[in-house]
Ligand binder design. Structure first.
Ligand code: KIV
Ligand code: ZN
Length: 512
């Protein structure tokens, strides 16, 4: 890779997956990695191999099944972490070990309880150990933007001497502003890379102040030639730099940035929807590039302008990110039409998932008449994430209205048995939630609840996204229906299924 090429390093499967409520199975991760390969990102950070057997398996499967991008695993400077990363990455055609340790006073004193000298020694040892396995080693001084810049430079120089080929500067807590971030990046470029063309300077920005993309782009001016991001900007807390926003900013403003990228932008839309579907994280309507409204024009003046010439109010062509004219299926559409629509949407389902999605489509199309592409995507998302498959909602019935306490009765099938429960609650949705918890005997707290209309009209389909919490862990669930209470119930069951799956895997010793 030449240095006027901007390397797109995608960490949806590592930092992105650390977002609360996301629990991707290894199959989900392979599906996302395969899509990232179609998007032609340069590097996929597939996970943190040492963090759990599940992460190890996902990194190893991606390393053996996904072709094209470099496959990376995160590792602390501990020898065990580096050995696990190397072992998981072993099947990859091209691999990278991404070693990190913290350099800020607060992290070193409070979290690591290490002196600066000990941190430097660990960086030297960790990078050198990684280099024994792999020629491509990245080093990140965690919390760089709250560290003493002199110490960051010292740590990065040491990492380069020990064999690191990429130096990534993380704004771990999203504290930086574009101007001070550029100043730090310029120093790193001048004092760590200098004229060593074998070293790439990189950024990894968090979005706590909403500046992740701006900070990352500003670093290109300072010589950065790798940007790390996650699809839809998911990640710890307010998330990461959004990969698709970086790709489209650099393409759209090529005149300004003057760097090449290898991404196939027409895969952006599908990648964004897949990540949303599998993570259960909805995409904000006005999200740049991939939000539902990103290419919608409401005012008459704007509509008139766009009808005359698209460029009057659009700086990007929707087709360039993979937007196509929307498909619509009706209640008479059969299996072949359904399969054809999936094919046009670039969705490939295994037989079991296809059958489940088709049955659910027929059920909803009978009630609603027409199902749009958004609706189809939601149905498929619901059915394919239901592969934890522990429990399935059979029916829900709620009695009582605004002046009576609502009472919900649910029937759920689990492992061949039928479970029933009846509970009252503070509102219809709450009654449904309590009854489902009672039936499944999994207590949880509802921490987030969102209903999004998928289509308009009185018989609109709604997508319900919930986040629930048990102990310190959050889980997401999604449900789709023409009925909000039923959609909510399906979302609760999906989230509680993840709790059950997690409990089963921790009994088997697979917990993080
Ligand atoms: O935000 C951060 O500092 C990270 C590092 C591990 C790169 O995710
Ligand atoms: Zn991060």
């Amino acid at each position: 890779m030449t240095t006027d090429r901007l390397i797109i390093f995608d960490t949806t499967l590592r930092d992105g997956e650390q977002a609360p409520g996301i629990a991707l199975s290894p199959d989900d991760k392979v599906a996302i990695a395969a899509q990232l390969a179609r998007l032609k990102v340069d590097v996929i950070e597939a996970g943190f191999a040492a963090s759990s057997p599940g992460d190890f398996e996902a990194v190893r499967r991606i390393a053996s099944e996904v072709e094209g991008p470099v496959i990376a695993s995160l590792a602390r400077t501990h020898p065990d972490d580096i050995d696990a990363a190397a072992e998981a990455l072993e099947p990859a055609a091209r691999s990278r070990i991404h070693v990190f340790n913290s350099t800020s006073p607060i992290h070193m004193e409070q979290m690591l309880r290490m002196t600066p000298a000990e941190v430097l020694a660990s960086i030297q040892e960790g990078v050198a150990r990684a280099r024994r396995y792999c020629d491509d080693v990245e080093f990140s001084p965690q919390d760089a933007t709250r560290s003493d810049p002199d110490f960051v430079i010292e740590a990065c120089r040491l990492a380069v001497e020990a064999g690191a080929t990429t130096i990534n500067i993380p704004d771990t807590v999203g504290y930086a502003l574009p101007a001070d971030f550029v100043a730090l990046m310029e120093r790193v470029y001048a004092e760590v890379r200098g004229d060593n063309e074998d070293v790439i300077i990189s950024t990894h920005c968090h979005n706590d102040l909403g500046l992740a993309v701006a900070n990352s782009l500003s670093a290109i001016q300072a010589g950065a030639r790798q940007i790390e991001g996650a699809i839809n900007g998911i990640g710890e807390r307010a998330g990461n730099t959004s990969t698709e926003e970086i790709i489209m900013a650099v393409r759209t403003r090529q005149d300004f940035f003057g760097v090449e990228i290898g991404a196939d932008t027409t895969e952006i839309f599908e990648t964004s929807r897949l990540v949303s579907r599998l993570t259960g994280y909805p995409i904000q309507y006005n999200k740049a590039v991939v939000g539902r409204n990103a290419f919608a024009h409401e005012s008459g003046i704007h509509q008139h302008g766009v009808l005359r010439a698209r460029e009057t109010y659009e700086i990007m062509d929707p087709e360039s990110i993979g937007h196509r004219s929307m498909l619509v299926l009706g209640k008479h559409s059969g299996r072949a039409a359904f399969a054809d629509a999936l094919d046009k949407m670039g969705i490939v389902l295994e037989d079991v998932d296809f059958q489940r999605a088709f049955e659910r489509f027929k059920e909803l199309a009978d009630r609603k008449g027409e199902i749009t592409e958004e609706g189809l995507r939601a149905i498929i998302g619901e059915e394919t994430t239901a592969r934890y498959d522990v429990a399935e909602l059979i029916s829900i019935h709620v009695e009582g209205g605004s002046d009576e306490v609502p009472v919900a009765t649910v029937a759920i099938s689990r492992g061949g048995e039928e479970l029933h429960a009846t509970s009252s609650g503070d509102g219809m949705v709450n009654a449904a939630f309590v009854a489902i918890q009672d039936a499944l005997e999994i207590p949880a707290k509802l921490v987030d609840y969102r209903v999004s209309p998928l289509t308009s009209g009185a018989d609109a389909m709604a997508e319900v996204n919930v986040i629930i919490k048990t102990g310190a862990t959050t889980y997401s669930g999604r449900g789709v229906s023409t009925d909000v209470v039923e959609g909510s119930a399906r979302a609760f069951v999906a989230a509680l299924n993840k709790v059950a799956a997690d409990r089963a895997s921790s009994v088997l010793g697979e917990d993080r």
